[in-house]
Design a protein around this ligand. Structure first.
Ligand code: E4P
Length: 222
């Protein structure tokens, strides 16, 4: 399973990268706004800054919602760095644009996926990734993990289908573990959801004991 971090915060991206387990980054307009990034020039520079930290795929979301606008904006974003993935919303013109980008060899991430039918449509149009939002489904008492499972079943029926399932809107470590059990290809979540995987009290207790025993055997003060 690939690990992406879901943020536009450069410090957190650096920290995840230095941790050694980072495969990519996803952003969206809300995450960019949270960092106070606005205006075309600043937004583009911010994507370049992210791509200078991370070698793996970096999703950059278009703002346009019409076909010509999505294509124009997406091609400009794709030109910023070789690892940019153009993030396109699940709307009719977005699907058309996915096909256009796919034909041109530009990688895409179809975002705001909330049903298996939407995922199938995006895959048919040649999306590199589909992003089902599991946390937002859980928020409205709908099982987000079931959606990942349904899409996995469908995609596995067609071996030639190259689209990867990117489990998005991850909120905590259990989402990551459950997505890995189901076989999501990628997960994207906040830094805390990734570092949270480290934690187990028995690890802490065990390490403390090992170090104490070593110190005792070496005649060092415990
Ligand atoms: C990532 O591609 C999505 O935009 C993101 O995971 C959405 O997460 P949220 O539901 O926590 O905003």
């Amino acid at each position: 399973m690939k690990f992406f971090i879901d943020t536009a915060n450069l410090d957190q991206i650096r920290e995840a990268h230095d941790f050694g387990v980072l495969d990519g980054v996803t952003t969206n307009p809300s995450l960019m706004a949270k960092e106070g990034i606005s205006g075309q020039t600043n937004i583009q520079q911010h994507y370049v800054d992210i791509c200078n930290i991370v070698d793996g795929d970096v999703s950059a979301e278009v703002i346009a919602t019409d076909f010509d606008g999505i294509v124009h904006e997406g091609e400009r974003l794709a030109g910023l760095a070789p690892n940019i993935v153009v993030k396109v919303p699940m709307i009719k013109d977005g699907v058309k644009a996915l096909k256009h980008f796919s034909d041109k060899g530009i990688k895409t991430n179809c975002t705001l996926i909330f049903s298996a039918g939407q995922a199938l449509l995006a895959a048919k149009a040649g999306a590199t990734y589909v992003s089902p939002f599991i946390g937002r489904l859980d928020d409205i008492s709908t099982d987000g993990l079931s959606l990942i499972s349904e899409i996995r079943t469908i995609f596995d029926n067609y071996k030639g289908l190259k689209t990867e399932i990117l489990a998005a809107s991850i909120r905590h470590t259990m989402h990551i573990i459950d997505c890995a059990k189901i076989g999501a290809d990628v997960m994207t979540g906040p830094l805390a959801s990734i570092t949270g995987l480290l934690k187990h009290p028995l690890t802490d207790i065990g390490l403390k004991q090992f170090l104490a025993d070593h110190a005792k055997a070496s005649g060092q003060p415990v």
